[in-house]
Design a protein around this ligand. Structure first.
Ligand SMILES: *Cc1c(COP(=O)(O)O)cnc(C)c1O
Length: 307
């Protein structure tokens, strides 16, 4: 019989008895049903150099690898698992250099932390030398999938560059282990802020109780919940998608229940490259001139007099 160790790294395999872990990484027959889009965000249309995606005026994404410690069942870049052609660092630097509106580079993948420290240093130094780049962001799943990668050596290395923000992908409170907390502390102690991004996933975290636990625990360990994403309709992702209406209901309940610090922004990416959109629960019931009728988190309606 196949063991968890045959398809997961040692760290994730050691947590496989937790439902919040197995449901994200252990394949089921549904994963072979090829519904969904190959490139749900149409990133190909915004790729300016190999690996460089420029969708918004002030920031770019640089996908530096297709390797990952995790390989989530609901990955939105599954096409890269097979098709990734590498990235053109010199071309990307040259492109960014020519586009002065770009202020931020988001280093993504795959998981950029699968690179060697030397490999990551090479990328950071080149980006660091571009004057109009003011800060960097690294998107990673490492805290949940291989936390021992983070140590003082590594975080000391990160201090040599322009301000870095780390965006940690996490979807379930079962991922917040002692090793997770240690890795986060190590990054925070280096003065590097950590924010989270999660995906709303049917059967995994699509209820208020689990998300409340996830977001409040994150704040407790110093991570600011940043985005809760609708699940992109990528290959084989149909089974994980939660209707927008249900997502908004969950967001409304969270808003009324937990600290604002713990509430992320709900967003999803439009298909065909429309970009990210933020959708909030409906608040405005009606408007008559300066007077709005607004629905609060309890569903009660109040009059609000505008300027
Ligand atoms: C998500 C994304 C970003 C970052 O968006 P933020 O709202 O700043 O987090 C940048 N570029 C692309 C192509 C993206 O998909």
């Amino acid at each position: 019989m196949k063991d968890a160790k045959d398809f997961l790294n040692g760290y994730l395999a050691s947590l496989i008895h937790k439902r919040g872990i197995s449901s994200q990484f252990v394949l089921s027959f549904e994963d072979f049903y090829k519904n969904g889009f190959n490139d749900p965000l149409s990133e190909e249309n915004f790729t300016k150099k190999k690996g460089l995606i420029h969708r918004y005026p002030d920031r770019v994404v640089l996908t530096v690898t297709n390797r990952c410690f995790a390989y989530c069942r609901f990955c939105f870049r599954k096409k890269n698992w097979q098709d990734f052609e590498g990235f053109d660092l010199d071309g990307a630097v040259e492109y960014i250099d020519r586009h002065k509106t770009i202020r931020e580079v988001l280093i993504s993948g795959g998981d950029p932390l699968t690179l060697s420290d030397e490999g990551l240093k090479r990328i950071l130094s080149k980006l660091n030398s571009i004057k109009h780049i003011r800060f960097l962001r690294i998107g990673t799943r490492v805290f949940s999938s291989n936390p021992s990668k983070i140590n003082k050596n590594f975080t000391d290395m990160l201090k040599n560059y322009k301000p870095i923000w780390i965006a940690a992908h996490i979807n379930h409170p079962d991922e917040i282990t002692n090793d997770f907390k240690k890795a986060v502390s190590c990054v925070l102690n280096a003065g590097i802020p950590v924010i989270s991004q999660s995906v709303l996933l049917k059967g995994i975290n699509d209820n208020v109780k689990i998300l409340e636990k996830l977001f409040c625990k994150l704040v407790e360990v110093g991570v600011k919940p940043y985005y809760l994403f609708g699940c992109d309709y990528a290959l084989a992702n149909g089974v994980f998608r939660v209707p927008i209406e249900q997502a908004l209901d969950i967001m409304n309940r969270l808003r009324g229940k937990i600290s604002g610090l713990c509430v992320p922004t709900f967003a999803f990416d439009l298909q065909e490259g429309g970009g990210k959109v933020v959708i909030e629960p409906d608040r405005i019931v009606k408007r008559k001139g300066r007077v709005y009728i607004i629905r609060n988190f309890e569903g009660k309606e109040f009059e609000y007099i505008d300027v």
